[in-house]
Design a protein around this ligand. Structure first.
Ligand code: ATP
Ligand code: MG
Length: 420
């Protein structure tokens, strides 16, 4: 991978970011793009977020731009809103800062401004994230050898690895996350340093861990990164519940799935009992939506499906899973079929997909009559209506052709007699 020439890098910088840098420069300050954006630029990728660093103090930055948000003033970060209408972009501007000691393995005791650029770069986690790019002069500033590490596909801590990981335990998760997202190797000394910081990792807020874990799962090499995490004791801290599972199988399933982090998390946790699952998802502080999705897909992850050779078995199974979770569930089962190279299983899943796509009734709401008709036909009230509808659905799952108004009305009368 050849480093993108600096002019090509400058050409990718959005006008809003360039405008911010010019404003700072015209006022006599330095302005550098820093962090992940520089890493991505050197890799020839278009960065998703842009951070600018400057020697201008936060109060000065607030003065220089019309529209600002004091996002993290105590850390020296101001967000400038530049451009108008649809062109408007927000750019984070952070004052060069040095950091004092870390006594809690999470954040520095104090930050101080008035330091040179190189000191700001030195506090960053990895060499590939510790470069700066001046988009006005198209100049890369790379004091630790970040471009060479990108070339060699290597994640290496800035400075003494064990110290850096122990300052902030989240860096352990970030290291394995970058192994996955960039498909890079972890430098050996960095790996050793990581092993000394498991206690620090244990003190990190779960929200921060979750962000890195989901990025890892959506990456290019999640199985390799998680195997690295397992080998070094990282997984035992972050997901101790996995220790008891056959991990090679979980990794194999995960690697057979698309880069959807929730789906891959499901593949990873598929061996847990439903009682174990919920607490893990809550501890990881997943959103309600993400949690329901994972629980829903795993409700249908049943290896007995391997032997389903008829549509009826699938209709009943997909009905239990529910239409919203059906596709995820089939994706997981298919990943297991691929992992085990089980042709019959793969074929069974094709049948399930055909059933799903056919639009056949799988849920009460798919029935040709609803609760109102059941009430009008039988005078039933309350929970009995639900029981009758469920009875209708069972009949339709057995024989889909029964899903016709007249037929279901007749069946409703029979069911009402039976329940009544
Ligand atoms: P992404 O592409 O996912 O945004 P990133 O490296 O840009 O990755 P950010 O969280 O946006 O990640 O952080 C921006 C920069 O801040 C990093 O590139 C790195 O220089 C620095 N940084 C972030 N988190 C840490 C940390 N925990 N310790 C040290 N430096 C960090
Ligand atoms: Mg970033």
């Amino acid at each position: 991978m050849a480093a993108a020439p600096e002019n090509a890098m400058a050409a990718v910088v959005p006008s809003a970011v360039l405008r911010v840098c010019r404003t700072l420069r015209d006022a006599g300050f330095q302005a550098w793009i820093v962090g992940g954006a520089v890493r991505d630029l050197v890799l020839g990728k278009v960065p998703s977020d842009w951070d600018v660093a400057s020697d201008a103090l936060p109060e000065k930055v607030l003065e220089l731009f019309d529209k600002t948000i004091a996002t993290g003033l105590q850390h020296g970060t101001v967000t400038a809103l530049v451009g108008r209408g649809a062109e408007r972009e927000s750019v984070e501007i952070t004052t060069f800062r040095g950091e004092g000691a870390y006594s809690d393995s999470r954040r520095p005791d104090a930050v101080h401004f008035g330091v040179p650029l190189d000191e700001d770069l030195k506090r960053r986690d990895f060499v590939i994230n510790a470069m700066a790019f001046d988009p006005i002069d198209a100049r890369l500033h790379d004091p630790f050898g970040g471009a060479a590490d990108l070339q060699d596909r290597r994640i290496r801590a800035v400075g003494v690895a064990s110290e850096r990981f122990n300052e902030d335990g989240l860096r352990v998760m970030r290291a394995v996350r970058f192994v996955s997202t960039l498909d890079f190797e972890l430098d050996e000394a960095t790996e050793e340093g990581m092993r000394t910081a498991l206690g620090a990792l244990g003190q990190v807020a779960q929200e921060r861990v979750r962000v890195e874990l989901l990025k890892l799962l959506a990456g290019a090499a999640p199985a390799r990164a998680l195997e690295l995490a397992r080998r070094n004791g990282v997984l035992a801290v972050v997901l101790p519940e996995l220790e008891a599972l056959p991990l090679a199988e979980a990794f194999g399933r995960m690697a057979a799935l698309s880069a959807d982090p929730c789906l891959r998390l499901g593949a990873l946790l598929a061996g847990l009992s439903s009682a174990q699952l919920e607490p893990v998802l809550r501890r990881l502080t997943l959103s309600n939506e993400e949690r329901h999705r994972v629980v829903g897909m795993l409700r249908g992850y049943d290896l007995q499906c391997r032997d389903f050779a008829d549509e009826g078995s699938w209709r009943r199974h997909l009905s239990r899973v529910g239409r919203v979770h059906a596709r995820d569930c089939l994706d997981l089962l298919e990943a297991e079929a691929k992992r085990t190279a089980d042709a019959a299983f793969t074929q069974a899943i094709s049948l399930a997909r055909a059933v799903l796509a056919s639009g056949v009734a799988l849920e009460v709401r798919d029935l040709a009559i609803g609760g109102k008709e059941v009430m009008a036909e039988t005078g039933a009230r309350g929970p009995l209506i639900g029981d009758i509808l469920q009875g209708l659905l069972d009949a339709v799952l057995d024989i889909p052709a029964r899903n016709q108004r007249e037929h279901l009305l007749a069946l409703t009368r029979d069911l009402a007699k039976k329940h009544g």
